[in-house]
Design a binder for this molecule. Structure first.
Ligand SMILES: [Zn+2]
Length: 81
């Protein structure tokens, strides 16, 4: 399956421009992707859905990613520590 999960909230996502889109290339099936990979200062990268990206602060850290949780299908938030 060409599916992945968000490293923050765990919801299923698809990634634009990734391997998953090879098979649908050229078709306008709306597969613009629902996530992107964010690279952090410590060299790690995390796949995050757009709601999680919106919930993160301007300069997110890996600790912030750990605190992400989904609220509903379209919203994420940072869990209070
Ligand atoms: Zn997420």
């Amino acid at each position: 399956m060409a599916r992945d999960t968000c490293d923050g909230c765990g919801r299923a996502v698809s990634v634009a421009g990734g391997m998953a889109n090879v098979w649908t290339f050229g078709k306008n099936d709306g597969s613009a992707g629902t996530a992107m990979t964010l690279e952090f200062d410590d060299g790690t990268d995390h796949l995050l859905c757009y709601p999680c990206l919106a919930a993160l602060p301007d300069e997110p850290s890996v600790a912030d990613v750990d605190r992400l949780e989904s609220v509903d299908g379209e919203t994420s938030r940072l869990r209070e520590p």
